[in-house]
Design a protein around this ligand. Structure first.
Ligand SMILES: *Cc1c(COP(=O)(O)O)cnc(C)c1O
Length: 359
């Protein structure tokens, strides 16, 4: 009983950071959904009403009768989805900057029992039909792992978007070459908000077979959904999740937040807010001397090329950020980004840039 618990020690709220959108807490809708799902008992392992409602909410949002699964995180969602699309002797085509290549510790290869990732060097992280053609034309002999899947990230790790026409062009190549198309949508909501397009138009209606839809960076505590638009490809996927340790026993706490996120529209509001904060920040940063925007700001990521003195000064002020793509400083904006804090960061960059240009 909560009244008998000792009071929690008061902890100061840490200052808001923009190192990643997964630095954010849980949004009110997701938090409330957990509370709503909490009372009483419910069948375990996904046989509960919340999980059914969440799957139905996805089918309504995507306007199609897709198969829906829930995993704890994006690495598992991507890896297991890719593994279900190919055999161990197949290969998966991706951008060299793709999360599956650079940030999943070999999980796609591990869960597929060795399917090789074939990477295309790209300027901005976007795959193109030409790059897919080049990688498949390169080798067609028995000694090379046979291409079977293409994976694209929407928006990309650099914050770039694939337009519906670009996805259609990629899926046409996939169809010609007998490849399945997977989409890493860790920030899929940000893409929908930025493009003003429907989830259906950006996925199955454009030829995407499987989508991993990120909940964590959208405002949930934990959880990603895997949507199979081609139901045959979902065969035995539940076993794959279980074997990989991704079947939540108290599944209602993974699924209930989705119900409220999707039904209330929070998924899209959160993403639109994050995108707007990125645009605001980019607008301020772009006007500063010695500060350069590295990629067009399309969703919720801003990459800045900064003099070393400026990155040092920002870190000394306590700001956290990654520099893992081409040395650029990456700033990501989440559902909870507060414009006053966004401006505080921009003010600090302006001050550091001015100081660094003093003779
Ligand atoms: C965050 C992210 C994921 C998921 O990462 P996890 O830490 O495993 O949840 C997947 N793809 C991209 C592009 C991401 O940014």
């Amino acid at each position: 009983m909560s009244s008998t618990l000792p009071p929690a020690p008061a902890m100061p709220a840490p200052a808001q950071q923009f190192a990643s959108d997964n630095y954010a807490g849980v949004c009110p809708e997701a938090w409330q959904a957990m509370a709503e799902a909490n009372p009483g008992s419910a069948p375990a392992y996904g046989d509960d009403i919340w999980t059914e409602r969440a799957a139905d909410a996805f089918r309504a949002l995507f306007e199609t009768d897709c198969e829906v699964f829930f995993a704890f995180n994006g690495t598992a969602a991507n890896s297991l989805a890719l593994a279900s699309l190919c055999q161990s002797y197949h290969s998966v085509i991706c951008s060299a900057l793709a999360h599956v290549e650079t940030d999943e510790c070999g999980a796609p290869e591990f869960f597929s029992n060795g399917s090789k990732l074939l990477t295309a060097a790209t300027e901005d992280g976007k795959l193109t039909p030409e790059a897919i053609h080049a990688l498949t034309a390169n080798r067609r002999d028995i000694h090379f792992p046979k291409p079977r899947v293409v994976t694209i990230t929407q928006p990309t790790e650099t914050g770039q978007l694939y337009s519906r026409d670009e996805i259609l062009a990629i899926s046409a190549v996939c169809r010609d070459l007998g490849l399945s198309l997977h989409m890493d949508g860790a920030r899929f909501a940000n893409a929908c908000a930025a493009l003003g397009a429907s989830p259906a138009d950006l996925t199955w209606r454009a030829g995407v077979d499987v989508l991993c839809f990120g909940g964590t960076k959208n405002g949930m505590a934990v959880g990603e959904a895997i949507l199979f638009f081609n139901r045959a490809q979902a065969e035995d996927f539940d076993y794959r999740c279980k074997q990989a340790g991704q079947l939540a026993s108290k599944m209602r706490f993974l699924s209930a937040p989705w119900v409220r996120m999707l039904e209330s529209g929070a998924w899209l509001r959160n993403a639109a807010h994050a995108n707007a904060c990125a645009r605001h920040f980019a607008g301020r940063a772009a006007s500063l001397p010695r500060v350069e925007l590295v990629f067009p700001v399309c969703a919720n990521a801003v990459f800045l090329r900064l003099p070393a003195a400026v990155t040092d000064a920002l870190r000394a002020r306590g700001w956290r950020f990654y520099t893992f793509i081409g040395d650029a400083a990456r700033f990501m904006f989440g559902w909870d980004a507060d414009l006053r804090n966004v401006d505080a960061l921009a003010d600090d960059i302006a001050a550091a840039a001015a100081a660094s240009s003093q003779p």
